[in-house]
Design a protein around this ligand. Structure first.
Ligand code: HEM
Length: 153
């Protein structure tokens, strides 16, 4: 059972976090291109597609902590320091994505559609996206290294 839960957890991490990373990574540069070509329908369509990918896969990403917690429960490691740290960092990554990255993408998309001056420079969004990437990358390393764990290699 643990192996099944862990497999779903890792698959969810790959399938959900991967697309968010790629789409969110492309969003700031695409915003700059769209701002440089006001009224460009193709540019707006690209931005809409990237934002939608981020929203949809962020929702799919809920499976990562759900199956992560189920795996941890099944392994009996819920009280381990490396896991508690990972849970906190995962919560922080989710907060950065839901409270900063997604709303700022939506706001920039609105500005592009309305041909307004952007309310934030796309570089600020790139910074938040980078913070999100740094957080989930740190969690992945913690998941593999599991510092202090005596339950496996
Ligand atoms: C609430 C958050 C999370 C919990 C409770 C959790 C829990 C776990 C547990 C218990 C394991 C098994 C470790 C072992 O074999 O002893 C694991 C493995 C793993 N987790 Fe998570 N996880 C969480 C978030 C994440 C996130 C955000 C990612 C990546 C985006 C991730 C990626 C992985 C990977 C790649 C493994 C396999 C590591 C290996 O077997 O070497 N996890 N996780």
């Amino acid at each position: 059972m643990t192996k099944f839960l862990l497999s779903v957890h890792v698959l969810a991490a790959i399938l959900a976090i991967g697309p968010v990373t790629v789409a969110a990574g492309a969003f700031p540069a695409s915003t700059r291109r769209a701002l440089a070509a006001p009224g460009g329908e193709r540019e707006v369509a690209v931005l809409r597609g990237l934002h939608r990918t981020c929203r949809v896969y962020a929702a799919v990403g809920i499976a990562v902590p759900v199956f992560g917690l189920a795996t941890a429960n099944s392994l009996g490691v819920l009280g381990d320091a490396w896991l508690i740290t990972s849970i906190a960092l995962t919560a922080l990554a989710a907060a950065v994505l839901v409270l900063l990255v997604l709303p700022r993408q939506a706001a920039l998309l609105d500005d592009v559609v309305a041909s307004r001056r952007p309310r934030w420079p796309p570089s600020r969004l790139a910074m938040h996206t980078g913070l999100f990437n740094l957080l989930w990358t740190t969690v992945t390393v913690l998941m593999v290294v599991r510092p202090g764990s005596t339950t496996g290699a």
